[in-house]
Design a protein around this ligand. Structure first.
Ligand code: PLP
Length: 397
C-alpha cells in the first residue's frame, strides 16, 4: 500500500475551537431560540456598518461599468485605492508612505498569512505574547516557524523587557504585537513598544539580521478611554510589518478588507515587499474583491458607532465584579478575560453552558484559568445574561 505523505493530510484536522464553540451557540439558538442563548464566543461586530458605506456601495454598483468593476485588479490592489490609504496614513501619522508600500489583503488574516509565509524559513523562531490570538500559532507553524511564547505581566498585560531579552535567539525572525489585543483587550503603551524596540535593535546588531515586529491591529479604532493613546508602531521601530483590517472598525468582517504595509524604513524594503507579494501569489490570493476595493476609500474617515462596546464593557465590568468575578479592565477591542472561578477554564466554560452562557476557554489563547468573553453583542443581551452569570457564580459558593 502506498504511504501518503503525512504532513499535507494534517492540515485542517485541528478545528478552530472558537468556530466550534460559535457553531454550538448557533445550534443552541436553533433549538431554544436565539433570545435564550448568550453567545459571547466570537468577535463578529453587532453594530451595523455605517449607512454611508452601504449607500456608497450602491452608488459604486450603479456608476462603475460592470466589466471594469468586476475585473481582476493588480494583485496588490488598485493603485488609486492604495494611494488613498497611503495618503490617509500620512495625514494621520506624518509618514511618507506611497501606494507601492501597500498591499490590499483579505482582512488582517490575509496580511498575516502573507507576512508569516514570506518571512519565515524552516526553524525560524516567532515570539508571541500570551494571552494571544490563536491563529498566530497556526500560521507560524504551518510556514516552518517555531513559536516561543512569553507571558504578559499579569497585573497590566505589558511585557517584562528582561523576559523578552532572554527569549531572543539567533533564530528569532518575528515578534508579533497585537494591540488592542484579542483576547485581553489590553494595549501596549509607548513605553513598552520603545523598550521592545531597544531590545530588538540590540539583538539585530548582535546577530546581524533583521528581526521583524509584526503589528496586527484590527482593533486600532476600538479604544475606550480618551487618556489612552495608541502608539503607531512603524514610527517607533523601523523593521515593522503592519497588518490592518476594516472588519471591526466599520463592521464588514465578511467582506475581507484589509492591508499589509511594508514601510520604506524596513531594511531591504523592496525585497521584503516582493517576498510578501510572492507569498500572496503562492497562497493564491490573486486580488481582493474589486467591488470592496472601490469601497475602501470611503472607509478611511468613518467608523461604525463604536460607543456601544464601551457601554457593554462598563456594564460587564461593574456588574460581574459586584457578583464576585475577577477580571482585568480591557482598554480596547471588544473582549475581556474573566477568571474561571475555580481556576479550571474548560470546566468553567462547560458549566456556563448550563446557563446558556457561551464563552471560549482561555486555554485556546495560551491563558488557562480564564475565559474569553466577546462583548460585541446587544447591550440588552448582556442585561439579560447578567442574572445567569449570577446563577453560575452561585454554583461555586
Ligand atoms: N488578528 C486578531 C487579533 C483578530 O482578533 C482577528 C479576528 O478576530 C484577526 C486578526 C483577523 O481578522 P480579519 O481577517 O477579519 O481582519
Amino acid at each position: 500500500m502506498t504511504t501518503l505523505p503525512k504532513f499535507p493530510l494534517q492540515f485542517g484536522k485541528e478545528e478552530n475551537l472558537i468556530r466550534v464553540i460559535a457553531a454550538y451557540a448557533a445550534k443552541r439558538a436553533e433549538e431554544i431560540g436565539a433570545e435564550n442563548v448568550f453567545n459571547f464566543s466570537i468577535g463578529n461586530p453587532n453594530v451595523p456598518a455605517p449607512t454611508r458605506l452601504t449607500e456608497a456601495l450602491q452608488e459604486i454598483l450603479r456608476t462603475v461599468p460592470a466589466a471594469e468593476l468586476h475585473s481582476y485588479s493588480p494583485a496588490a490592489g488598485l493603485p488609486w485605492v492604495r494611494k488613498a490609504v497611503a495618503d490617509d496614513l500620512n495625514a494621520r501619522y506624518g509618514t511618507d508612505y506611497t501606494a507601492d508600500d501597500l498591499y490590499l489583503t483579505a482582512g488582517a488574516s490575509g496580511a498575516l498569512a502573507m507576512a508569516f509565509s514570506g518571512l519565515l524559513l524552516e526553524g525560524d523562531e516567532v515570539i508571541i505574547f500570551a494571552p494571544y490570538y490563536p491563529e498566530y500559532v497556526v500560521y507560524a507553524e504551518s510556514f516552518g516557524g517555531r513559536v516561543v511564547t512569553i507571558p504578559c505581566r499579569e497585573e497590566d498585560f505589558q511585557i517584562e523587557p528582561e523576559t523578552l531579552r532572554a527569549a531572543i535567539t539567533e533564530k528569532t525572525k518575528i515578534v508579533v504585537v497585537n494591540s488592542p489585543s484579542n483576547p485581553a483587550g489590553s494595549i501596549f503603551s509607548e513605553k513598552t513598544i520603545n523598550a521592545m524596540a531597544d531590545i530588538l535593535r540590540e539583538a539585530e546588531a548582535r546577530f546581524g539580521h533583521p528581526i521583524y515586529l509584526l503589528a496586527d491591529e484590527p482593533y486600532r479604532e476600538l479604544v475606550y478611554d480618551e487618556h489612552i493613546t495608541l502608539p503607531f508602531i512603524p514610527k517607533l521601530y523601523d523593521n515593522t510589518i503592519y497588518c490592518y483590517s476594516y472588519s471591526k472598525c466599520v463592521s464588514l468582517p465578511g467582506e475581507r478588507m484589509g492591508y499589509l504595509l511594508v514601510p520604506p524604513q524596513v531594511e531591504d524594503h523592496r525585497d521584503v515587499y516582493a517576498a510578501l507579494a510572492g507569498a500572496g501569489r503562492i497562497l493564491g490570493l490573486v486580488c481582493n474583491s474589486s467591488l470592496f476595493q472601490h469601497l475602501l476609500p470611503h472607509c478611511l474617515d468613518i467608523t461604525s458607532d463604536l460607543g456601544i462596546y464601551k457601554t457593554n464593557r462598563d456594564l460587564l465590568l461593574e456588574t460581574l465584579t459586584a457578583q464576585g468575578y475577577e477580571m482585568a479592565r480591557p482598554d480596547g477591542a471588544f473582549y475581556l478575560v474573566l477568571k474561571a472561578t475555580d481556576g479550571d477554564d474548560l470546566a468553567f466554560c462547560e458549566r456556563a453552558k448550563e446557563f446558556e452562557l457561551i464563552m471560549v476557554p482561555g486555554t485556546c489563547f495560551g491563558y488557562p484559568g480564564y475565559a474569553r468573553l466577546s462583548y460585541c453583542v446587544e447591550t440588552e443581551t448582556i442585561r439579560r445574561a447578567l442574572p445567569e452569570f449570577e446563577k453560575l457564580m452561585e454554583t461555586y459558593r
